[in-house]
Ligand binder design. Structure first.
Ligand code: C5P
Length: 231
């Protein structure tokens, strides 16, 4: 693992196309991903951004990989994650995609009046990476909830094998401000924030530095001394 930390960030929405022009998506702007990248660059580390379609410009110096669908985002992350120290899942990938894609534009004909679409689940990126995560890597997830926030966030933290989860609400979408609660794996509230997204990222890194990066260094130094002992 290189000494300059490479930190993978998923950012923005994804799109799932019904036909060549129509798609399912959400209002994620990529602002959170950009705020993360700014702070990571200021720390002298490398943000590796996997972004869905956004109009926002990511900071210079970030490594950027553009994708469209949730499956493309997953494949890109799967390829990049082994060379990264950790991942912060700030994207809002589409959780569903149309079961069938129409090669031709669906016409607004009488016969299509009342057309019904079936949607199927897309893969979960963080949960998939959670399965291949090494002991010296870490995962931070977000949970945007409208009810039972803490319970839902902690269920996601476990299922996605996150080290921390950031609970937020729909007002955070495309906003400059962050109303964030950060929970650890014991379900403890580690930070309760109402500030700019950039200030929130700095707080998040205080926790990552203390609990994830320090732990990762301990593991890799143990592995090294074990290797020296063995040879
Ligand atoms: O959509 P959900 O509330 O489960 O999102 C929680 C976390 O999981 C977020 O960090 C999001 O980026 C991530 N996620 C993902 N792959 C998906 C859906 C969400 O990695 N398909």
């Amino acid at each position: 693992m290189p000494t300059r930390q490479r930190i993978l960030i998923t950012s923005g929405p994804t799109r799932e196309y019904l036909d060549p022009v129509r798609f399912l998506t959400n209002g994620s702007s990529g602002r959170m991903g950009a705020a993360l990248a700014e702070v990571i660059l200021e720390r002298g580390e490398l943000p590796v951004i996997v972004s869905g379609p956004v109009t926002l410009v990511y900071p210079d110096g970030a490594e950027i990989h553009r994708v469209v669908t949730t499956e493309e985002m997953l494949e890109c992350c799967r390829r990049l994650f082994p060379d990264c120290n950790g991942i912060i899942g700030a994207a809002a990938p589409c959780d569903f995609k149309p079961e069938f894609f129409s090669e031709q534009k669906l016409s607004k004909s009488e016969e299509n009046n009342g057309v019904v679409f079936r949607f199927v689940k897309t893969p979960d990126i963080l949960a998939t990476l959670g399965q291949i995560k090494r002991r010296d890597q870490w995962i931070i997830g977000f949970a945007l909830e409208t009810e039972n926030g803490r319970d839902h966030a902690l269920t996601k933290l476990k299922r996605k094998k996150c080290d921390f989860i950031i609970l937020n609400n729909p007002q955070s979408i495309d906003s400059e401000t962050a109303l964030f609660q950060i929970f650890n794996t014991s379900g403890e509230l580690c930070a309760d924030l109402n500030c700019t997204k950039k200030a929130a990222v700095k707080e998040l890194f205080t926790l990552i530095d203390k609990h994830c990066i320090f732990a990762a260094k301990e593991i890799s130094s143990c592995t090294r001394s074990h290797k020296i002992y063995k040879s």
